[in-house]
Design a binder for this molecule. Structure first.
Ligand code: NAP
Length: 499
């Protein structure tokens, strides 16, 4: 279960499947067979004895799927990006592995394994199912938005007059609350930016303390920064264990005047969370950072909604709790200094924040948010799509896993660690994702066409050959005379009918 690509140097640990279909009892025949098998055992192969039938059942589920996925991805013409994730790298490896084999080999797996067609159908259904899942949700979101817009328009005319009346009646109350806000703002202004802790450590507030927020917090705390957190759910216990101060109220968090707000919420909830934050309680020069897996969307949102005095740094750590569990060395951190004030202290604070990643050995990649989204749709979205549609097949480990199949298994495991919201966010908030989904679909369709086209050609050829043989027969000499009223027609006319 290996080849020149997957095992160029050594065969240690790789499965060698065999069935002793017919080895007669004579001693020299038995020992000849053993000697042959030993040649592989000596190289360190894992010798797996199983029936040919079992082999084909497993192989359709693993080898045919691996080759099919490799060929679909080959059709996408994936390229190495400046910001490859670990998952994407494994896809590139898979393409390289399968593209090294001839199409004849792949076609052989399809034609001569009776289980392959069923597996192809399952792959087809799984992809359709995933696409439907995305489109149905998209439809739901757009419909809700359109209905909300409609309601808002309807309410606007009616509510304008009420609002005016209310303003006149509550004039004093309005004035009062505004002066409170002004006081808060001016206290923020007077609270000049100063670096905490020996000018090197930052006070960072993580907003959204789920899977990824906690993952980042561990490393940030270990570097000695002060970390605060706030989230929709209750995380006091987890926070305590991590050495993080937890706040279940956004006002309380902001009143701690963190130097950096690090937004780690889901892409889908970003607008809601952002609008709910009491900016007026923060220091005027706060640095606002996000880690969303899409970048143009938060960039535009921040520029639109954040107070103009806030600095804005958009980042995307291209790794997660699974791929970064053994350290962040060489893993890419993409960043765009969207708006950093000229003052030395602001520039320094931004550098200090980026140094959290640089000092862990991350590969620091500065690029615009638009450029990031273009690269990420072609790599991250494709990786997640592959993992998600394979997950629907319920792939399981087998006694004869190939290296390629193991790549697929770990891809599925990796993508399933992430929430569907994350995947859906990649789809919805990256302009280029829909195009990638269509390309994936086209690549799969074109592969199926290639398989079925060849099947059709062979069948046709077979039919024509039969026809030629029939034509070559001496005319009618051996055919029974057609008696009146009989239903028997000539084989030729049958062939013509069939055609
Ligand atoms: P996620 O499902 O994308 O986000 C979960 C976070 O969003 C939780 O903190 C959750 O709060 C919050 N949230 C979800 N819906 C909310 C709502 N309606 N209102 C308020 N908060 C809401 O999973 P994640 O893996 O933790 O990712 C967080 C962010 O990091 C995402 O933007 C993602 O794109 C980015 N990122 C993730 C990875 C990764 O490998 N996972 C890598 C790079 C970047 P509660 O937990 O309090 O409910």
């Amino acid at each position: 279960m290996f080849g020149p690509e997957s095992a160029p140097n050594r065969w240690t640990g790789l499965p060698f499947v065999f069935e002793k279909v017919r080895i007669l009892d004579e001693e020299h025949r038995v020992s000849r067979c053993e000697k042959f098998l030993n040649a592989f055992a000596r190289e360190g192969c894992r010798m797996v004895e199983m029936s040919c039938e079992d082999h084909d059942r497993y192989a359709a589920g693993l080898q045919f799927i691996t080759h099919t996925v490799g060929r679909i991805l080959e059709g996408l013409m994936l390229e190495s990006m400046p910001i490859n994730t670990e998952g994407y790298k494994s896809l590139l490896g898979l393409v390289e592995n399968t593209a090294g084999d001839s199409f004849d080999l792949y076609y052989g797996l399809f034609m001569f394994n009776k289980n392959s067609l069923e597996v192809l159908e399952k792959l087809d259904l799984a992809f359709e199912d995933l696409r439907k899942q995305l489109i149905v949700r998209l439809h739901h979101v757009v419909r809700n938005q359109l209905m909300e817009d409609g309601e808002r328009l309807q309410q606007r005319d009616g509510s304008n007059s009420h609002a005016l009346l209310r303003q006149v009646r509550n004039g004093s109350a309005l004035l009062h609350s505004r002066s409170n806000d002004d006081a808060l703002l001016s206290s923020s202004v007077s609270n000049n930016y100063s670096l905490s802790d020996e000018n090197t450590k930052l006070k960072i507030a993580i907003v959204g303390f789920g899977n990824f927020g906690q993952f980042l917090a561990k490393t940030i705390v270990s570097q000695g920064h002060e970390v605060l957190a706030y989230s929709r759910s209750e995380y006091s216990d987890v926070a305590r264990e991590l050495g993080v101060s937890y706040f279940s109220d956004a006002d309380d968090l902001c009143e701690q005047h963190p130097e950096v707000i690090l937004l780690c919420t889901s892409i889908l909830s970003t607008v809601k969370v952002l609008k709910s934050l009491p900016f007026q309680r923060l220091k005027r020069s706060t640095l606002f950072v996000d880690v969303l897996s899409v970048k143009e969307f938060p960039r535009n949102l921040f520029l639109q909604h954040l107070p103009p005095d806030f600095d804005v740094l958009c980042t995307h750590p291209m790794f997660g709790p699974e791929s970064g569990k053994n350290g962040w060395k060489n893993l890419p951190l993409v960043y765009d200094k969207v708006r950093i004030g000229n003052e030395e202290s602001r520039i320094l604070r931004c550098c200090q924040f980026l140094d959290i990643f640089a000092s862990e050995g991350c590969r620091m990649v500065e690029m615009s948010c638009a450029e990031h989204d273009w690269h990420a749709a072609g790599s991250q979205f494709v990786t997640h799509t592959t993992g998600r549609f394979l997950e629907k097949l319920g792939l399981e480990t087998t006694p004869i896993n190939t290296k390629g199949y193991e790549t697929l298994l770990s891809l599925v495991e990796n993508t399933m660690e992430d929430s569907f919201d994350l995947y859906y966010g990649l789809f919805l908030y990256n302009l280029n994702a829909m195009e990638q989904l269509e390309r994936f679909d086209l690549a799969f369709e074109s592969l199926k066409k290639q398989l079925f086209g060849r099947l059709h050609r062979i069948y046709r050829k077979h039919l024509f050959e039969n026809e030629e043989q029939i034509l070559a027969l001496p005319e009618r000499s051996t055919l029974p005379e057609k008696s009146e009223g009989s239903n028997v027609s000539s084989p030729l006319s049958k062939t013509v009918d069939t055609k």
